[in-house]
Design a protein around this ligand. Structure first.
Ligand SMILES: NC(=O)c1ccc[n+]([C@@H]2O[C@H](COP(=O)([O-])OP(=O)(O)OC[C@H]3O[C@@H](n4cnc5c(N)ncnc54)[C@H](O)[C@@H]3O)[C@@H](O)[C@H]2O)c1
Length: 282
C-alpha cells in the first residue's frame, strides 16, 4: 500500500500544522472540522506560516501555491474519510470523544486506512478498543508547533501491526521528521515528563514565584529552550491538564493537576489559543 491521501480530523493548533507539513511534502490533504470557521482560520494560518518561509527565502512562491492547492477542507466527516490512506485524529483531548470518532472512522474509512491519533497522553490501545481494527491504529504524537519541531513520538498500541508501523514511519520520514518510539502507557515519554514539569511550575506560581522568573531560571540555569510557563501557554493549559488527568487515572496522585491549573482552565486562561495564559498574546 502507498500512502497518498492524508486526512486530518480537527483543524486546531495541531491539525493545521500537520496539514501544512503533509501538503509541503506533496501529499494530498483533506482537513476536517465540525464547522467552517476553524477550517477558514486553519487555511489562513497555514498560508501565513508558509508566507513567512517565502519572505525568508526558505520557500519559492510557486511551492507555497502548490502546497496550498494540495489542501482541501470539508465539514463532512464521511466525505473526508472515504479516500484516506492515513488519517490523523486531532480533536479535543477527551477519551469519549476520541472513541466515538474512531467508531466513525471504522465505519467511513476503507479497511486498509491507517488510523492515527495525535493524543498527548491517552493510551493508544484504549482508543483502538473502540474499533475492530487495532492493527491499523497507531499513536502519531506531533509536537507544537508542528512545522518547527523535528521530533514525532510514535506509539505502538497492543495490536498495531508491523505494516502500520512501517507505513507510518515512512510518512514521518517523507515529511522531514524523526520518530522516537514510545511504549503505550499514559503520557508516553514526552507528556509524562513535560506535564509534570509544567504542573510543578504552576505550584511555583502558587507559592509566589513569577512566571517570568520561573522561565528565566529554567532557560538560563537549566538550558531549556523555553521555560515551563511559556511552554504551558504554547501547549494549552487544558491539553496539559487533560494529559495529567489521564496519567493520574493510571498512575496515581503524583500526576494530579494542581488546583490552580484547573482554575486557570475554567477561567479560559489557556495560553496562546485564547490570547492569555501566564503571558498575553495578540
Ligand atoms: N497543543 C499541543 O501542544 C498538542 C501537542 C501534541 C498533541 N496535542 C493533542 O492534539 C489534539 C488536538 O489538540 P489541539 O491543541 O490542536 O486542540 P485545539 O483545541 O486547538 O483543536 C481541536 C480541534 O478539533 C475540532 N473538533 C472537535 N470535535 C470535532 C469533531 N467531532 N470533528 C472534527 N473536529 C472536531 C475543534 O473544532 C478544534 O478545531 C489533542 O488530542 C491534544 O492533546 C496537542
Amino acid at each position: 500500500m502507498e500512502i497518498k491521501n492524508i486526512v486530518i480530523i480537527g483543524a486546531g493548533a495541531m491539525g493545521l500544522g500537520i496539514a501544512q507539513v503533509s501538503a509541503v511534502a506533496g501529499y494530498d490533504v483533506v482537513l476536517n472540522d465540525i464547522a467552517e470557521a476553524p477550517l477558514e482560520r486553519a487555511i489562513a494560518a497555514i498560508k501565513k506560516s508558509l508566507g513567512k518561509m517565502v519572505s525568508k527565502g526558505k520557500m519559492a512562491e510557486a511551492d507555497l501555491d502548490a502546497a496550498m492547492a494540495k489542501i482541501k477542507t470539508t465539514t463532512n466527516l464521511e466525505e473526508a474519510c472515504k479516500d484516506a490512506d492515513l488519517l490523523v485524529e486531532c480533536v479535543f483531548e477527551n477519551l469519549e470523544l476520541k472513541k466515538d470518532m474512531f467508531k466513525k472512522f471504522e465505519q467511513y474509512c476503507k479497511p486498509e486506512t491507517i488510523l492515527g491519533t495525535n493524543t498527548s497522553a491517552i493510551p493508544v490501545t484504549e482508543i483502538a478498543s473502540a474499533t475492530n481494527r487495532g492493527d491499523k491504529v497507531i499513536g502519531i504524537h506531533f509536537m507544537n508547533p508542528v512545522p518547527l519541531m523535528k521530533g514525532v513520538e510514535i506509539i505502538r498500541g497492543q495490536l498495531t501491526s508491523d505494516e502500520t508501523m512501517e507505513l507510518t514511519l515512512g510518512y514521518i520520514e517523507k515529511i522531514g521528521k524523526d520518530a522516537a518510539i514510545a511504549v503505550d502507557f499514559a503520557g508516553f515519554i514526552v507528556s509524562r515528563l513535560l506535564d509534570v514539569l509544567m504542573n510543578e511550575a504552576v505550584k511555583l506560581v502558587q507559592e509566589g514565584n513569577s512566571p517570568e522568573d520561573i522561565d528565566k531560571a529554567m532557560q538560563l540555569c537549566a538550558g531549556h529552550p523555553m521555560g515551563p510557563c511559556k511552554l504551558l501557554d504554547l501547549v494549552g493549559a487544558e491539553i496539559a491538564m487533560h494529559g495529567m488527568e489521564t496519567m493520574e487515572r493510571d498512575f496515581g496522585d503524583e500526576y494530579k493537576p494542581h488546583p490552580l491549573l484547573k482554575k486557570r482552565v475554567l477561567a479560559g486562561l489557556l495560553g496562546m489559543k485564547t490570547g492569555k495564559g501566564f503571558y498575553e498574546y495578540k
